[in-house]
Write a protein that binds this ligand. Sequence first.
Ligand SMILES: [Mn+2]
Length: 450
Amino acid sequence: MLHRYEPSRTAPYRARRQQILETLSARQAAALIPAARPKARNADTEHRYRPDSDFWRLTGFGEPHAALLLLPKVGERAARSVLFLRPRDREQEIWSGLRLGVERACEALGVDEARPIEQLWKELPTLLEGCTQLCYRTGVDAANDAEVLATLTRMRAKPRSPLPWPQEIVDTAPLLHEARLFKDAAELSAMRRAAEITAAGHAAALRIARPGVNEREVEARLEYEFRRLGADAPAYNSIVAGGANACVLHYVENDAPLADGELLLIDAGAEFEHYACDVTRTFPVGRRFSAEQRALYDVVLRAQLAALAIVRTGTTIDQIHQCALRALVEGLCEHKLLPESVDEALASGSYKRFYMHRTSHWLGLDVHDGGAYVRDGASRALEPGMVITVEPGLYVAPDEASVEPRWRGIGIRIEDDVLVTAGGSEVLTAAIPKQADALEELRREALHSA
Ligand SMILES: [Mn+2]
């Protein structure tokens, strides 16, 4: 158990805490970041535990029933990190697994102090003395919210205390999520591993997909590969959508048989050390794309490559979207799915019946990672260390009456993850094939070996 907490691995977490502590000291603010609470699935069964992303990024500690308190420099007292966690308990550990425990926490995690979680609310008022702000995210956990309010109310009731107390509760998200936008070396290494595992999963899925196989078998094969290679879990519910199911953007039933002549859209990514990968590929269930499938596939791929080509420092998230969108609309007009001109379609928004989502989102600990997309009222410019997805698609609903029947029921999305670097960008998921000819070749091989 303790191998999870090698002291040699604490450096990145310590550096991230240090960065936040400096900001907090400048504001005379403390930050309280609770661990996620285990969630019931049904009756007395819980979902598999997944740490809160903010808590994990600052601690690397994966147990529930814990909280990180970051305290600013106050007078002579240095800034410090205090971890509240469950004490060792032999009887409990027999049922639910070994605990790190209070005694070992400082060495294992590099925090300055460790205390039993049972003491958190009792000791918090004393620890917060001298702080004028408390950074804490309300609305996530009602029980914690009530305790935080009670704590501040208790402190307010001691008006003769010589030290100030927090008179403001400030959302932690702007502080912590802004930091999360810029990935450090350890984070990038986890994201690269998540991308490798995801590539293996997609390759395995491509090998077993064929007419008659159920979407759920493809899902299971993909996720088998994720887990086999060390992923925590899929980073989000895998989408394995044959044929017109791909026109449902968040299709997760994954329970229909695949049919020859249809496409299969797979949107699935591994989570490694709690960092997400997010990839979509679309390929024929049989050996070949039909003429219509190929025409739209090439439009989406062209749009994706055009958008990927402009990812660099200074490009805005909106420019990436506009670039992909224009290429998609050009293709829709070229193939007469839209009757008007490209500029008319862009102005009227008529394309939205085929492309109704945005092109990019931040990626990191959360698949739709935190962090502001808009700054000073304008779309934000990319900077080195940021990771985004680029994922244009086209979806022609099976009942789309405005187009010829031969186009209906085709859903295509192509999605990669891109790191913005000092010199340009790096596609983290480039190893997963997406050229139409390469996909047909892989399909021939897969079906041949059947
Ligand atoms: Mn995505």
